[in-house]
Design a protein around this ligand. Structure first.
Ligand code: GTP
Ligand code: MG
Length: 171
């Protein structure tokens, strides 16, 4: 027999860091070069299989990063079991914004929320502004999972969602 559990996941981060692109890669294995900025939030589901017999279904809220939607975020992270906080590794200001989302989650979201930090756009190596060591060290200190992802190539996208699934409480 198979074990099944579902969990609520929220994506947060500055506009244009690639939140919707990561979800699109994870849920549909697709990437669009020209993607519309999200309005409000988008909802998707996708499942991850954990060997030998467990299926974890994520109910995903892909929030809008534009400043005017900031006040809506608590509606989406309230009761979230897990969060992916995304920054663009070609933009140090986006890392600053990610850190403030992490702080807000650690103060306002569920005590046992699992948070992953995604350094996205890992394919843009020549434009990198954020040092891997620096970001990974911050993640370690803050108690976050850390992945360098590319929604464009798919690098580490499945791995990140699987690592989150493995940390969900299932009986
Ligand atoms: P908001 O909805 O405004 O909050 O933005 P978002 O974080 O959802 O960003 P979105 O996924 O819309 O991506 C913004 C732009 O970055 C798009 O043009 C994407 O094609 C591009 N992009 C996203 N991920 C990657 C990536 O891994 N590599 C590269 N090269 N471009 C990416
Ligand atoms: Mg979006």
């Amino acid at each position: 027999s198979e074990r099944f559990a579902q969990f609520k996941l929220v994506l947060l981060g500055e506009s244009a860091v690639g939140k919707s692109s990561l979800v699109n890669r994870f849920a549909k294995d697709r990437f669009d070069e020209f993607r519309q900025s999200t309005i409000g939030a988008a909802f998707l589901t996708q499942s991850v299989r954990l060997e030998p017999d467990t299926v974890i279904k994520f109910e995903i809220w892909d929030t809008a990063g534009q400043e005017r939607y900031k006040s809506l975020a608590p509606m989406y992270y309230r009761n979230a079991n897990c969060a992916v906080v995304v920054f663009d590794l070609t933009s140090s200001t986006s890392l600053g914004r990610a850190k403030s989302w992490v702080k807000e989650l650690q103060l306002q979201a569920s005590d046992n929320i699992v948070i992953a930090l995604a350094a996205n756009k890992a394919d843009l190596t020549s434009k990198r502004q954020v040092d891997r060591e620096e970001a990974a060290e911050y993640a370690r200190e803050a108690g976050l999972l850390y992945f360098e992802t590319s929604a464009k190539t798919g690098e580490s996208v499945k791995e990140m969602f699987k690592a989150i699934a493995e940390r969900m409480p299932i009986e």
